[in-house]
Design a protein around this ligand. Structure first.
Ligand code: ZN
Length: 281
């Protein structure tokens, strides 16, 4: 297979170039006739990043929905003092943040609004390389529940297509903007290859003000205070994210919690990495 080794070497050089402070060039090698095989090899290079898996028996595996549509998940039932950091949108970016994520080795799940890939693809490539999977947050960030079935499907499928093309893996988890969805959204998501819908149980209003909690405030959906095991925390790519990230990391550690990778708590059938429980059929 002539040509295979040079391709891998080139991709690896691009990936590891980030660590040396340079930005890899993402788009030049992708697409065209050699696209799919290139992407397969790219995925295998990136596959090295592994986050700790939960202790067997320490958590309850989220279940598929009875109607066959992607289940909607807003927290994980677990006995471990873990929380899950998820960061949305991608409209603004902070290169210091990527350095911090790499240095602190913190698992982040990114929900990318794919219009922002244009021009900023390399930033999220660096995030991907720091171990953040790129999941689906639509193309243009609409209120999904107000759209037709056709428009909803286009928002989800086109975003998955763009993310797959750029980052070598098709998103399997979807987060609707504003947490707004209906049954049509779930069907559209399924049609686009989405396995589960991930909402959140708490929000860190990093770089902005939240109702009743002020600037850089933290609010639980259940009205309580502080962290609870299995919280899925919503944040946003905003200016100043590096500092805000240090802030919440400090709170998490002070409370005796640690950030964990939510994808490792979801079974493969729901878009995660955990083995599915054996069926008793
Ligand atoms: Zn959003």
């Amino acid at each position: 297979m002539p040509g295979k080794t040079p391709v891998i070497a080139m991709v690896a050089a691009g990936v590891f170039g980030v660590a040396a402070g340079g930005w890899p060039v993402v788009t030049s090698g992708l697409g065209g006739d050699s696209g799919p095989s290139m992407r397969t090899q790219l995925a295998s290079v990136l596959d090295d990043q592994r986050w700790a898996t939960p202790k067997p028996g320490s958590w309850t595996m989220p279940k598929p929905a009875a109607n066959g549509l992607p289940p909607v998940i807003n927290h994980i039932e677990t006995q471990e003092r873990v929380v899950f950091l998820t960061i949305d949108d991608g409209y603004t970016y902070d290169s210091e943040f990527v350095n911090l994520v790499r240095k602190e080795k913190v698992p982040i799940l990114t929900f990318l609004t794919s219009t922002y890939i244009k021009g900023q693809g390399q930033y999220f490539w660096a995030m991907r390389n720091a171990g953040s999977q790129m999941e689906n947050h639509t193309v243009t960030h609409p209120n999904m529940a107000t759209l037709s079935a056709e428009s909803q499907k286009k928002e989800i499928c086109d975003s998955s297509d763009a993310i797959q093309k750029q980052y070598g893996r098709r998103p399997q988890v979807f987060r609707p903007p504003f947490g707004s969805y209906n049954q049509t959204t779930l069907q559209a998501a399924k049609d686009c290859g989405i396995k589960s819908v991930l909402l959140w149980s708490a929000e860190f209003y990093n770089g902005t003000s939240g109702p009743g909690v002020g600037y850089n405030g933290f609010a639980r959906g259940d009205g309580g205070k502080g962290f609870k095991p299995g919280d899925i925390i919503l944040m946003h790519y905003r200016k100043g994210l590096a500092q805000e990230f240090q802030m919440i990391l400090g709170w998490i550690r002070q409370a005796g919690f640690r950030p964990a990778a939510v994808e490792n708590y979801l079974p493969r059938s729901l878009g995660g990495n955990a083995p599915d429980q054996p069926s008793h059929a």
